[in-house]
Design a protein around this ligand. Structure first.
Ligand code: XMP
Ligand code: MG
Length: 179
């Protein structure tokens, strides 16, 4: 495996995650949140950001998928639902990336039916040029162009999630990662 140039380095990621955590901490000052990580992709971002958020929180996870190789199917599957009750909670969904928005729109609608006190979305990456639905993403690490990216939790066919930085995935290119 050849690992290409980081698109976002470890240091840049750390700095940006800290800024997002500070913003969330100040927005939710005096309240308790339920941070819900959308797996698998958000596991690294989730672990980094919850350590830096300064308000009381409970954490939970939701395992969902909608991707086959590099194309979203729009058909979201819930493999494991949250276990915590949502009603009356200030829920913050933590996601690796929002692309067309189909996955997050589906998840938001699903959880809104359970009457949270509030529901916000925090996505580390946002490919908003690809958006197919109207969706508010409340906290965004980076808006990125339409590249398929891997690392920092993001995968191509379940590989490369463990890279500590984000790289552009290009098959057969020295710029990206070659399997
Ligand atoms: P949609 O299109 O529904 O997609 O907003 C969101 C989900 O698609 C995955 N996704 C990616 N995964 N590199 C990845 O490894 C990418 O560039 C990428 N773009 C979208 C991701 O799982 C996200 O939850
Ligand atoms: Mg995901």
């Amino acid at each position: 495996m050849i690992i290409g140039k980081p698109f976002r380095t470890v240091e840049e990621i750390q700095r940006r995650v800290r800024e997002l955590a500070e913003k969330i901490s100040s927005d939710y000052a005096g309240r308790e949140i339920l941070a819900v990580g959308i797996l698998k992709g958000s596991f690294m971002f989730f672990a980094d950001i919850v350590r830096l958020i300064q308000v009381p929180m409970n954490i939970d996870f939701l395992v969902a998928s909608s991707y086959i190789r590099t194309k979203t199917t729009g058909d979201v599957k819930i493999h494991a639902d949250v276990r915590e009750a949502i009603e009356g909670k200030h829920v913050v969904l933590i996601e690796d990336i929002v692309d067309t928005g189909l996955t997050m729109k589906y998840l938001k609608e699903l959880l809104m039916k359970r009457n949270p006190a509030s529901l916000k979305v925090c996505a580390f990456l946002d490919k908003r040029a690809n958006r197919k639905v109207n969706l508010q993403v409340d906290y965004v690490g980076y808006v990125i162009p339409d590249h398929f990216v891997v690392g920092y939790g993001l995968d191509y066919e379940n590989r490369y999630r463990n890279l500590p930085y984000i790289a552009i995935f290009k098959k057969d290119s020295a710029e990206g990662i070659q399997a």
